[in-house]
Structures are given as C-alpha cells and as structure tokens.
Design a protein around this ligand. Structure first.
Ligand SMILES: NC(=O)c1ccc[n+]([C@@H]2O[C@H](COP(=O)([O-])OP(=O)(O)OC[C@H]3O[C@@H](n4cnc5c(N)ncnc54)[C@H](O)[C@@H]3O)[C@@H](O)[C@H]2O)c1
Length: 464
C-alpha cells in the first residue's frame, strides 16, 4: 500500500467512488502518447539479443485484463481500469468467493460483460491463465503468490503485472527474468509510486540536468500499519506473517523504484551491493500487549523482523542509497524520497527543492512553485482526471492509464522485468546481510551486462 498526497486507500475507496462510477459508465479516452510520456524520460531502449529490454507490446485494440486477487488492492486497480477506455475485464480469481463477487458487481454495474470467475482454491489461477481472451494478468494477491501467478501467466502466453514486491527470493527473481525472456512476455512490477506527481516532476528535473552530478538518494516505506496488521480481515489475514518469518526489508520497492529511475539504474548504472541492519523488534509486541485480548491466538506469535530496517546500497557509478522500512511504529507516512546532486537537493513531504544560486540563499522552494516548468507531461495531460478518480492522490490512475496506453499503442512498457527483479531483491539480500553481521551482499546483474550499454538519455547528461 502506498500513500499519495495524504489520501489513504480506504478514504479514496469511498471518497472517489462516485467519480469512478461516473467514469466507468463513460470511460476516459486514451490519448495518443508522445515520446516524453515515457516515465523514465529516456529514449526507448533498443530491443534484441533475447533480452526484454525495450521490447514493445504488440498493439491491442482492446486490452483484455484478468485480475487475480480481488481484495482491497485488486478492486482498487479494477476501479481504475474500468475508468479507462478500451479495457475489458475478462476473468477474475480469488480464493474468497465473496471478494470475487464484489469485483463482478463492480464490472456489471459499470455496464460491462461479466467476467469468468475462478474461486476454486489457491491454485485456480492456473485455470484462469489458460483462458484465451486474456492479454494481461494483474496479480494483487498476498506476496507469496506473486511469483507463482506471474510464472503461470507467462507460461500460458500472457503478459503480466504484479503488486509489490514481485519476488521474495533471489531464485524467484531469476526465474521470473528467465521465464519472461524465454516466453517473450512482459513481467512488470506495477510500482504505482513511480507515477506520483512529485516523483515524476523530480525525474524530469534530473533528466534536464537541474541536480548536476547525482550522488545520494533516500528511499523508504515508513507507514504505521499496526492496526491493519492486527485486523481479522483483509491484510490482517496474511501481512503479519512475513514479520514472523524473516528479518529484512519487507517492502523495498515503493521508495526504491522512483529513486532507481532518478539514478538511471539499468540505463547506465546498477545496484552493486547492499549492507543492512535492523533495530530490535518491539512495535508489534507492544501493540499486541495493548490491543489484543489475552485469549487471542496472536499471543502465540513471535516477531522476527526488526522494526526499523536500514540498508545502504552502493551503485556501480559510486552513488549511495539509504533504504529504510518500518511499518510498526507511530509516525506520519513517508517514502523519504530525497535526492542530493552537486547542483541541487530535493526532500519530499513536504516536497521542496534547493537549487544552488537561487536568489535568497539556502532556503527551500516548494516543488509546487517549479511545476509550471518541470511537471511531467503525463500529469499535465491527465492529472486533473487522475486526481478526481485515482487512488493515492491520482498516481494509481496514471499507472493504469499508462499501461493501457502502452499496450494499445504497441510501445515498450515504462519498466521491465529487470527493474522488477532489482527493486524487489533487497527483500532477500538485506536478510543475507543481516545474517552475516551487516556484511556487503552483491546484487545479481539481472540484465547480464546490458545495463552498461542501455543508457540513452535525452537532454543534458546527468549521470557521468
Ligand atoms: N501498490 C500499492 O499501493 C498497494 C496498496 C495496497 C496493497 N498492495 C499490495 O497488493 C497486494 C494485495 O493487498 P490487499 O491490500 O489487496 O490485500 P487483501 O488481503 O485485501 O487482498 C488479497 C486478496 O487475495 C486473495 N487471495 C489470496 N490468495 C489467493 C490466491 N492464491 N489466488 C487468488 N486470490 C488469492 C484474498 O482472498 C484477498 O481477497 C499485496 O501484495 C499488497 O502488498 C499494494
């Protein structure tokens, strides 16, 4: 779960439902895109050599989607997709028939044809992926199902996208990369935070050289989820369990994805190694003491993950990234999202920038003051509608819109299986580092060297 502009998913589900319902009846037209709508603002990578870098989707007049997992997030994604022209939802799966029914109701109430429904257990997605009229399988299940669903989808000839993270082990990440290359199907991690307004504005400023030489970035997922983690429904049914199983960064990608795009990871740079350490655990244990009835089975649980995980990533080009995770202590939401270059610095929440030489000296300028000059074209074009209908302040709508646009126009997606693997693999690597007393752990090179030659920046060079 991610937050944008302080709007929670639950608030949005109710608050924007009316706007979304109106749009579902009369969906948003997908505009013809221009090259500068690419979210990494690089020229498309040259495709070839068996790699999935830069491989365009085939053109789809109508994009036929399936959703596996129609819980809170799956239905939020569904709402976005129903609001976009040229999308059909042809299949859904959920182990809970009542969750599947909620999704069916949304689809039919929008005046669309009812999808095929698969509710026959945890592996019924294997039947779903065999259905012929599916172009893209979107997975919004608990984490441990992301990889199995994606593998099944690709092997059945479907493109696929997953909620975050895409994989929980290095082996899973490699299997996804290799299966994507073998089947020539895209395997995307749908990292909605890459599409948030501040992130895209900063990305454009980076590509236009405002930050000079990039040195350091900070990325995080800092979100008080204690109440949600202990609920007897939705994420409370599964999301506490990873805290019992592994001590690591359990949710690396919301912060890391956008920062990786600023730094041009896989476009001339790569994550080289990580060192990681966790604080002691206390947040979940203390919450349980204060809120759980003494006869609750949750009292038998032991929480292994330290509360605050802090990791440092070094890149091949000598840049550093601080990556943090804490979801079990009181705090306002943050993804950190900070960037330091030789000419400027950006800090998020509130989004603000200091550019060397600005009259008035070393004072922050609100990012909003620079949007006239640097707003990303996607937000300029469809930002207004995104804010009205879109989850997390609009970024979720922009992500869905952009996916549909790429598929309809036959463009390469904004990120690929290599990005998905590299942004997710800290889940595994941080655990290894912690076990070895915070020793440095090398990142696999999922691109097999292509990161060195795939840099094709537009505008002034910012990544020497
Ligand atoms: N990108 C974001 O901003 C964001 C926000 C929220 C959640 N998420 C992610 O989305 C995913 C789902 O989270 P959620 O909040 O919707 O959780 P949820 O518990 O509300 O929904 C998960 C759904 O998956 C179903 N399910 C479980 N196993 C299944 C299987 N094998 N096959 C089919 N369905 C299965 C469950 O019955 C449930 O309906 C997670 O990966 C979560 O981290 C991302």
């Amino acid at each position: 779960m991610a937050h944008g502009d302080g709007i929670s998913r639950r608030e949005w589900l109710t608050g924007a439902a009316t706007a979304a319902a109106a749009l579902a009846a009369s969906p948003v037209q997908v505009l013809a895109s221009t090259p500068d709508w690419r979210v990494d603002l690089f020229a498309p990578l040259p495709a070839g050599n068996g790699s999935m870098l830069g491989v365009p989707f085939e053109k789809h007049g109508t994009v036929r989607m399936a959703i596996v997992g129609t819980g809170l997030r799956g239905r939020s994604v569904l709402r976005e997709l129903l609001a976009i022209e040229g999308v059909e939802i042809t299949a859904i799966a959920d182990i809970a028939p009542e969750k599947a029914q909620l999704a069916v109701d949304m689809i039919t109430k929008a005046g669309r044809k009812a999808p095929q429904v698969y509710t026959n257990g945890e592996r019924d997605f294997q039947r779903l992926v065999q259905q012929n009229d599916i172009d893209f399988v979107y997975t919004a299940t608990p984490w441990h199902w992301h990889t199995p669903v994606m593998l099944a989808a690709m092997k059945a000839g479907k493109h696929c996208g997953s909620e975050v993270p895409i994989a929980l082990t290095t082996d899973e990440a490699w299997e996804l990369v290799e299966t994507s290359e073998k089947t020539k199907r895209h395997c995307l991690m749908m990292e909605n935070c890459c599409y948030d307004s501040s992130e895209l504005t900063v990305l454009r400023m980076v590509r236009e050289g405002v930050f000079g030489t990039l040195l350091h970035a900070e990325a995080a997922y800092l979100h008080d989820l204690r109440k949600i983690l202990f609920e007897n429904k939705d994420e409370g049914l599964w999301r506490r369990f990873p805290h019992m199983e592994r001590d690591t960064n359990l949710y690396p990608t919301h912060g890391l994805g956008p920062v990786a795009q600023y730094l041009g990871i896989h476009r001339g740079d790569k994550f080289e190694f990580v060192v990681s350490m966790s604080s002691r655990e206390a947040g979940l244990t203390e919450w349980r003491e204060e809120h759980e009835p003494k006869d609750s089975p949750k009292w038998r649980e032991t929480y292994k993950a330290g509360d605050m995980n802090s990791s440092l990533i070094k890149t091949a080009k000598g840049r550093t990234i601080l990556l943090q995770h804490d979801v079990v202590n009181p705090r306002p939401y943050s993804r950190l999202n900070n960037l330091q270059g030789t000419k400027a610095i950006f800090n998020d929440r509130p989004p603000r920038v200091y550019i060397e030489g600005t009259p008035g000296g070393e004072r922050w300028t609100p990012l909003a003051d620079l949007k006239g000059k640097y707003e990303h074209p996607l937000w300029t074009s469809v930002g207004e509608i995104a804010r009205k209908v879109g989850g997390h302040g609009g970024m979720d709508f922009i992500m869905a819109y952009r996916l549909v646009q790429c598929m309809r126009e036959g463009q390469a997606p904004d990120f690929d299986v290599y990005d998905a693997a590299a942004w997710s693999v800290p889940y595994a690597l941080c655990e290894q580092s912690i076990r070895k007393g915070s020793a440095p752990i090398k990142f696999p090179d999922f691109t097999r060297g292509a990161w060195k030659t795939s840099a094709a920046p537009q505008g002034p060079a910012t990544t020497p």
